[in-house]
Write a protein that binds this ligand. Sequence first.
Ligand SMILES: [Zn+2]
Length: 277
Amino acid sequence: MSNKLSHAIIVRGGNAEGEFTRRLLAEILCSAEPDRRPCLSCAHCVKAVRGIHPDVTVISRLRDDRGLPKREIAVEQVREAVLGASIAPNEASRRVLVIEEAEKMHRGAQNALLKTLEEPPEHIVTVLISDSPGALLPTIRSRCRVIESGEPPAGAPDSAAALAEAYFAAARSGPARLTEFSFELDKAERRELPAFLSEIRRLAAEYLREALEAGSENLEAGSGSFETGKGGLPPETASAIASAAREAERYLEHNVGAIHISARLCSAALRAGKSVI
Ligand SMILES: [Zn+2]
């Protein structure tokens, strides 16, 4: 093991697909002389950078049946990964266990990882990606070296996109699903909201464009009606949602909580829906 690395590393910020983490994985797995790692040209570096190295296992929150990330990384996920990592590596001289949003590990999951950190088998390196390492158990933190990725928080864009998709699914479905969704959004973390709102605006603009394109095709064909586009939303609804998201972004600047933001978004979808009916 190179002097620069240890068996347990906390990377602050970024995610498993980020450039920083990929380069770190290359450095851990590289077969070149220690002072040349990562060489970025050996098979291990190339696979690590492309995210296809067979000795890298990435653990992240599983998704529920609506496609939303679960609240925690479960103890079974960590147990299974630790067990898998205990087998000798496939190609490199090490195996790397990467845990995204590591602070989301259930307490039991953190304890399941602890033994690997306390008595690390020679071939296992654990990389915990977290933008709030302070939320990890002190027994975990004390065994890790913390390095800064300089990249945006882990997982945020991904879960924001899933949350935005869930919102539009609810808007298409009607009041019952919207109410359900608003409970879900109330629980969202504040730091996820800016990315969520910008994703809402992006999708609303896309759906509006699709609806208008579908409408003008109908006009040309002589049917004379504006239909919903591929997004499944009437143009009025897409536009009401886009302006509600812009307003909610201003709420955020003034420290208004998630509960008001979800109320604003859900009422926009409902009111616009009614005016269409
Ligand atoms: Zn290399």
